[in-house]
Ligand binder design. Structure first.
Ligand code: HEC
Ligand code: HEC
Length: 408
């Protein structure tokens, strides 16, 4: 018996002897814990639509492009402006600030590779298709794909050409206008519409390749073990004991039991990677948001999806898109079930930052308000004040084990 197994046995005896609220876990509970552990995560799933997904040279270029502020209309916004590496790749504001202020809350990036769908409404079916959205979003980078091709040509030509072959000569301003995109302002749209179809295709291809390098970088971002992972290793005899405070352990019990949280926040990412309407309010002043109902339609229409002309998945490999359902009433105001890893450091919460604190989130689940549109999947939980505090204490254990401020 290793020393920690002996220790765990002793701790169990002590727990039996005292009348505290440290639970003694049943075999079933221990089984659920194992499903939540980072040990079950494995490497990121393969992306057949991106041939450079695991190419280190593509990841190196993607890393540089992720913080390249030249890829914005004002020269000041990059992906990293909102997805701040030092802040869990988020920005601590209710809705992201780019060239202007957006309508949804910035999402963390490191965990995204484990989801088949990107954005709160899942309107992109890969990381590379996702990366093309913010660049042409007038509130975010407010840039155009033509300008992206130019930045690649002037600043990253060598790196790009090694991966994807020669970039075309874009100096003929009549063939390749300075600013052109199928969406965005009227000027950019008109310029795009005036281009030859073959030239548009060339620029689209470069734009897709740009996204593929960013995806390759995002795939390298580590998901770090949390205190929960250490705790599970301890109680299942796979590692040294890493005890929880009694309130944290009681919160874990509620999370997998009375709180029914694991029905959606399941698996090693604490997300079933699905979408659910949880009755979150619509924030005043923002346009109506139907969530997954619109996202599913957009994913199918996206020319950069897994089945499109710029995907490297030939003859299959697009099952998620193949079986995607549209028009299901449960998709109305359903949003992506977020991973809860690192959640304590990501306030405010929900798709438009509607809730300020974890206390407010738990209060929301406890009350289970009716949805503004569609039907909420939640039921009131009737938690006591103490149980609510215990759930919050548990959510705080989902931070990096090395994270700040944990007295152990
Ligand atoms: C202005 C702030 C801002 C900028 C700049 C920005 N993002 Fe985001 N990001 C967001 C917001 C807000 C969302 C959620 C948007 C939505 O659901 O419509 C998001 C969502 C994402 C997601 C989806 C994660 C998931 O789990 O579904 C990824 C990945 C991502 N961004 C990567 C990027 C990349 C790559 C860039 C640069 C090309 C970028 N972002 C630029 C704010 C920003
Ligand atoms: C029916 C599925 C479902 C259940 C059950 C559920 N959640 Fe969620 N959770 C979601 C969805 C979907 C969101 C995002 C909702 C939105 O933004 O509109 C979310 C968001 C959250 C967030 C905010 C995360 C962030 O980054 O904004 C926290 C924290 C959270 N849930 C914790 C819990 C806890 C604790 C429980 C149990 C009491 C629970 N959830 C039960 C689906 C669920």
């Amino acid at each position: 018996m290793t020393w920690w197994k002996l220790g765990a046995a002793l701790a169990a005896l002590v727990a039996i002897g005292t009348q505290d609220r440290t639970p003694i876990w049943s075999p079933d509970e221990l089984e659920v814990f194992r499903t939540l552990s980072i040990d079950g995560l494995g490497p990121p799933p393969a992306d057949p639509s991106n041939r450079v997904a695991d190419d280190p040279a593509a990841a190196a270029l993607g890393r540089a492009l992720f913080s390249e502020a030249r890829l914005s209309s004002n020269g000041r916004i990059s992906c990293a402006s909102c997805h701040r590496p030092e802040n869990g790749f988020t920005d601590a504001v209710p809705t992201g600030h780019g060239v202007a202020t957006g309508t949804r809350r910035t999402m963390p990036v490191a965990q995204a590779v484990y989801s088949p769908w990107q954005f709160w409404d899942g309107r992109a079916d890969s990381l590379w298709a996702q990366a093309l959205g913010p660049v042409e979003n007038p509130l975010e980078h407010n840039f155009t794909r033509m300008e992206v091709a130019r930045v690649l040509g002037t600043r990253y030509r060598g790196q790009y050409e090694q991966l994807f072959g020669p970039l075309p000569d874009l100096s003929d301003a009549r063939r390749f206008p300075r600013r052109a995109a199928p969406a965005g302002d009227k000027h950019a749209r008109n310029a795009w519409a005036g281009m030859a179809a073959a030239d548009r295709h060339t620029i689209d291809r470069i734009y897709a390749n740009f996204g593929k390098t960013i995806a390759a970088f995002e795939r390298t971002l580590p998901v770090r073990p949390t205190r929960l992972d250490r705790y599970v290793a301890g109680v299942t005899g796979k590692g040294p004991p890493a005890p929880f405070a009694p309130a944290e352990a009681a919160g874990l019990k509620l999370f997998i039991g009375k709180g029914r949280c694991v029905s959606c926040h399941s698996g090693p990412m604490l997300s079933n990677q699905g979408f659910a309407n949880t009755g979150v309010s619509e924030r005043g002043g923002l346009p109506a948001d139907s969530g997954r109902a619109d996202g599913a339609r957009k994913a199918i229409a996206d020319p950069f999806n897994c089945k499109g002309a710029f995907s490297d998945a030939k003859g299959g490999g697009c099952d998620e898109l193949e079986y995607l359902v549209v028009g299901d009433p449960r998709q109305v105001r359903a949003f992506k079930v977020p991973s809860l890893r690192g959640v304590a450091r990501r306030a405010p919460y929900m798709h438009s930052g509607q809730l300020r604190s974890l206390e407010q989130v738990i209060d929301h689940y406890n009350r289970a308000p009716a949805a503004p549109r569609g039907t909420s999947e939640l039921k009131p939980l009737h938690l006591t004040r103490r149980e609510r505090a215990e759930l919050v204490a548990f959510l705080r254990t989902l931070d990096d084990a090395e994270g700040a401020g944990h007295a152990r």
